[in-house]
Design a protein around this ligand. Structure first.
Ligand SMILES: [Zn+2]
Length: 436
C-alpha cells in the first residue's frame, strides 16, 4: 500500500485516455476570444477594499473502537482587506507581513455536529437527525458584524427575497409524505397533509439531508452545508453594505468567494436565488456595484489557462472569453450550450494577470442568466464589473498559493484547519458535546 500512488500512476501510463486540456490541436479560433485588458468593456472603477469569503470542513472518527461514529465541523470566514495597503506593499520588493496582517480583519462562523453513527435523539433515522441538526444550526448561528446580527435562517429568507423585501415563506417538499411546495415560515411549519403532520423546516429546502447515509462519513453533505453557509455570509455582508452605504462602501468593495460562484448538488436551487438576489441588488444600486466574483485556483479551466499561457497563446493582460467552443474543448461535453445552467450564478473567464499568473474568475452577469440552455452570455459584454475586478486581481497577487490572491489567502488563513491540530481539537469538542 505504501507504493499505491506509484502503482496507480504506472497503470494509468499503460492506458490510453483523452485529456482535453493536454491536446492543443487547432486553436486558431481562440484568437477571436482573447480580449486585451484595456478593451474589456465596463465600468473602470477603483476598488478600495476587498472582502473574501472562504470556508473549510472536516470529519473525524471520534470514538475509539467505534469507527462508525463520525463528528463534523464546518466553518466560514470573511476577511476584510484594505487594498490601499496592498497596493503600497506591492511597490515594495519584500512585502511586510505585519503591514498586510494589519490590513486584514476577519470574522468567523462555525458549526459542529455528529454526522454519522450518532443521532439527535433515540428513534430517528440519519436523515431526520441531519434535518434537525441543520435546522438548529441555522436557528442559532449568527452572522455578527458591526450593524448586522442575523441568524443563518434569517439570511436564507433574505436570499430567497430581494435586498428590499425579505421572503416570508420558503417552499419545501415534505421529506416524509412527499407533499410538494409547502410554504414554511421562519421558525418552521407543520406538513399540510393532515395524515402526516411532521415538522418542516426552511432548511429542508436545501435538501442536504437527502445525501446523508447511516454508514459513511457524510463528508459530501457537510461540504454542501459549508457552501450554503459561505453564500449566506456573502449575502449578509453585501446586504449590510447595500443598506448602509450603497453609493460609497458598496461601490468600492469587491466581494471574493474562494472557488467559483456555484452551488453544487442537492442545494443547487440556491444558484438561482443568488443570481436573482445579486442582480436585483445591482438594479437597486444607483452607481456601480455590487462587485462580486469567485476565484478558482485549480480545476480543468485553470489547467487549460495554464496550457495556453505556457504556449504564449494567452499573454499577460489578456482575458479569454469562455464560449461554447472553449467549454466543449475543456470539459469534453457534447452539450456545451447548456453547460453550467444548473450550477453557476456567474460566468467563467480565464485571465492571465500582468505578472503572469493564470486565474479563473466567475463574474455575475448584469442581468439575465450567465448560463442557460442556449449558450448563455459568454461576455465580456454584459459584465460591467469585470474591469474593476481584473484590477483587484492584478493588484493582489499572492505567492502564498499558486495563482492565489491575498484576500482569499487571508480568509483561508482564518478558515483553514491546521493539519493535526484540527482533528485533535475536533475530538475534544465532540467528547464534550456528545459526552463521550
Ligand atoms: Zn408530510
Amino acid at each position: 500500500m505504501g507504493h499505491a500512488e506509484a502503482a496507480v500512476r504506472a497503470m494509468a501510463d499503460r492506458r490510453d485516455f483523452y485529456v482535453p486540456t493536454d491536446a492543443l490541436g487547432d486553436i486558431d479560433w481562440l484568437s477571436d476570444l482573447t480580449v486585451d485588458r484595456a478593451d474589456v468593456p465596463g465600468t473602470n472603477h477603483v476598488i478600495r477594499s476587498a472582502i473574501a469569503v472562504d470556508g473549510s470542513h472536516v470529519v473525524h472518527r471520534i470514538r475509539d473502537g467505534m469507527p462508525s461514529v463520525v463528528y463534523g465541523f464546518a466553518q466560514a470566514a470573511a476577511a476584510y482587506v484594505d487594498l490601499a495597503v496592498m497596493r503600497d506593499q506591492r511597490a515594495e520588493r519584500f512585502p511586510d507581513p505585519v503591514a498586510i496582517q494589519k490590513a486584514v480583519n476577519s470574522a468567523l462562523i462555525s458549526a459542529d455536529l455528529p454526522v454519522a453513527g450518532a443521532y439527535t435523539r433515540p428513534g430517528v433515522d440519519i436523515k431526520t437527525s441531519w434535518r434537525e441538526l441543520v435546522n438548529e444550526i441555522f436557528r442559532t448561528k449568527l452572522v455578527q458584524v458591526n450593524g448586522i446580527n442575523e441568524s443563518l435562517e434569517q439570511l436564507l429568507y433574505r436570499l430567497r427575497g430581494t435586498p428590499q423585501v425579505v421572503a416570508t415563506t420558503i417552499l419545501v417538499n415534505c421529506p416524509s409524505c412527499d407533499t410538494q411546495d409547502i410554504p414554511v415560515s421562519i421558525g418552521g411549519s407543520v406538513c399540510t397533509n393532515a395524515d402526516c403532520g411532521v415538522d418542516l423546516y426552511a432548511t429542508d429546502a436545501l435538501r442536504i439531508y437527502e445525501s446523508a447515509v447511516e454508514d459513511g462519513d457524510n463528508v459530501t453533505a457537510l461540504g454542501r452545508l459549508r457552501s450554503v453557509i459561505e453564500l449566506l455570509v456573502l449575502t449578509g455582508l453585501a446586504t449590510l453594505l447595500w443598506q448602509q452605504s450603497r453609493t460609497d462602501h458598496l461601490a468600492h468593495t469587491l466581494f471574493i468567494m474562494d472557488g467559483p460562484l456555484a452551488m453544487y448538488g442537492e442545494p443547487a436551487k440556491l444558484r438561482g436565488w443568488a443570481e436573482d438576489y445579486f442582480q436585483e441588488m445591482n438594479r437597486l444600486t444607483p452607481g456601480p456595484g455590487p462587485f462580486v466574483c469567485g476565484v478558482e485556483k485549480s480545476g480543468s479551466m485553470v489547467d487549460f489557462g495554464e496550457t495556453l499561457a505556457r504556449n504564449e497563446l494567452l499573454r499577460p493582460g489578456q482575458l479569454l472569453v469562455c464560449d461554447e467552443r472553449v467549454i466543449r474543448r475543456v470539459l469534453n461535453t457534447p452539450n456545451p450550450e447548456s453547460y453550467g445552467k444548473e450550477t453557476y450564478w456567474g460566468r467563467k473567464f480565464i485571465y492571465r494577470c500582468l505578472d503572469g499568473r493564470t486565474v479563473v474568475v466567475t463574474v455575475p452577469a448584469d442581468s439575465r442568466a450567465a448560463y442557460d440552455s442556449r449558450g448563455g452570455q459568454p461576455g465580456p459584454e454584459g459584465y460591467s464589473t469585470l474591469p474593476a475586478i481584473l484590477d483587484v486581481i492584478d493588484a493582489t497577487g499572492s505567492t502564498m498559493y499558486r495563482n492565489g490572491i491575498i484576500p482569499v489567502a487571508a480568509a483561508h488563513g482564518h478558515a483553514a484547519f491546521p493539519i493535526g491540530v484540527g482533528t485533535d481539537v475536533l475530538r475534544l469538542v465532540a467528547s464534550q458535546r456528545l459526552g463521550f
